[in-house]
Design a protein around this ligand. Structure first.
Ligand code: NAD
Length: 368
């Protein structure tokens, strides 16, 4: 088993939690808090591991730093099925365990939602991603991350001298991120030719209407039973003939054994760490432009940071558009000029900012 790598940035805390009373098993990694309190989603999944949480926490450090936010990076995982009966008891037990970890602010992630954020708020008062009715900015309902992906697409297409209008898009994962990305990309004139979820890949080269796909998923709970298109196996999404591929589901889905199938010229990482580093290098050598997760999917974090500052949804969308457009242009320019992978260009800029903050701070006194 691969172990967590310790380096100049962190992680500063790794916790494995077990509560015999509720049966809660949870993992928390606070990666770096030099820029401010660490915001990080709570992933609920039976298979979440400490290594996965640590890699995601590092992604959050990078995402905050490159987005110019005054936050560090962290992440949590609850080892459970989000649909299991006692999930409220587990989430509340988890929240109470976080009471003393004041430098970490929980937020929604895969498997957790706004309702669970209310439970955490009730237990410890410290949470982001609350429903609007309770003064929050429900980033999934508003589609913050998907909005940012569409903004990123606009700049990346310019770099490739290809129009976004008419571009054929395939999206892996039709959840919060995938649905919103489809909606906002369609608004910009792109054509959604395939989407996938755990039930398979639904494809039609003529393109789908996103509202109809959303209705199908709401009605059937999956992509099964569509009157349009062909239902293929889940992995078929990677081989779809398209211009833009958005992996928006789980980690490491594009790897050295399947990257050859990809026909898209542009990959926007909607999920966190969806492409292994090896595959990212191999894709670059094939001339495929890959915009890394912490640039392309920063919309949700930017909205969470705006909620922390009590800003409105409108102000958040403006900030997401500006920051993601600027960042995409900046890293693609640096990568091109210095012959780097876009990820390496972005990491250099993010690490520089974190290290400058670390040089000025005593991290044994975390900021709240
Ligand atoms: P979600 O649970 O709403 O949706 C995930 C979707 O992926 C579901 O439709 C599920 O059926 C599908 N899926 C799962 N396994 C799959 C597989 N093997 N093949 C195809 N589809 C599969 O989650 P989400 O909030 O949309 O998050 C998706 C990813 O984006 C995660 O990696 C998350 O960390 C990342 N992310 C989310 C946000 C956000 O704002 N929600 C922000 C940044 C990054």
């Amino acid at each position: 088993m691969k172990s967590i790598k310790l380096d100049d940035l962190g992680p500063t805390k790794q916790l494995q939690i077990y509560d015999p009373e509720s049966g809660l098993r949870a993992l928390v990694v606070v990666d770096n808090i030099a820029l401010g309190p660490a915001i990080g989603g709570v992933r609920i999944s039976p298979t979440v591991s400490l290594l996965e949480v640590a890699r995601l926490a590092r992604t959050m450090t990078m995402k905050s730093a490159i987005s110019g936010l005054d936050h560090g990076g962290g992440k949590a995982g609850i080892i459970a099925d989000p649909k299991q009966k006692n999930i409220e008891q587990l989430v509340r037990a988890f929240a109470r365990m976080m009471r003393g970890i004041e430098e970490y602010v929980p937020a929604p992630d895969m498997g957790s939602d706004e309702t669970m954020m209310v439970w955490i708020k009730e237990e410890i008062g410290r949470v982001l991603g609350l429903p609007e009715e309770l003064g929050g900015l429900p980033l999934d309902k508003l589609g913050a991350t998907g909005y940012g992906i569409a903004e990123c697409a606009e700049v990346a297409c310019k770099q490739l001298a290809k129009p976004l209008k008419g571009a054929r898009v395939a999206i892996q994962g039709f959840g919060n991120v995938g649905r919103a990305a489809a909606r906002f990309l369609e608004e910009k004139g792109a054509v959604i030719v395939a989407v996938s979820d755990s039930s398979g890949t639904l494809a039609d080269k003529e393109g789908f209407k996103v509202t109809e796909l959303i209705q199908l998923k709401q009605k059937n709970g999956s992509l099964n039973g569509s009157p349009q298109g062909e239902l293929l196996p889940g992995d078929a999404i990677f081989a779809i003939d398209c211009d833009i591929l958005v992996p928006a589901a789980t980690p490491d889905v594009i790897h050295p054994d399947n990257f050859e199938q990809i026909k898209a010229g542009l990959i926007l990482q909607g999920a966190n760490i969806p492409v292994t580093l090896e595959a990212e290098k191999a894709l670059a050598s094939k001339g495929i432009l890959v915009v890394p997760d912490f640039i392309a999917n920063a919309g949700g974090l930017i909205m969470a940071a705006m909620e922390y500052r009590r800003k409105s949804a409108e102000e958040s969308f403006t900030a997401i558009g500006q920051k993601i457009q600027e960042n995409t242009a900046r890293i693609l320019h640096k990568a091109h000029k210095e012959k780097l992978l876009p990820r390496a260009a972005a990491e250099q800029l993010a690490v520089e900012r974190v290290k400058a903050a670390m040089a000025m701070r005593d991290l044994s006194h975390p900021w709240k």
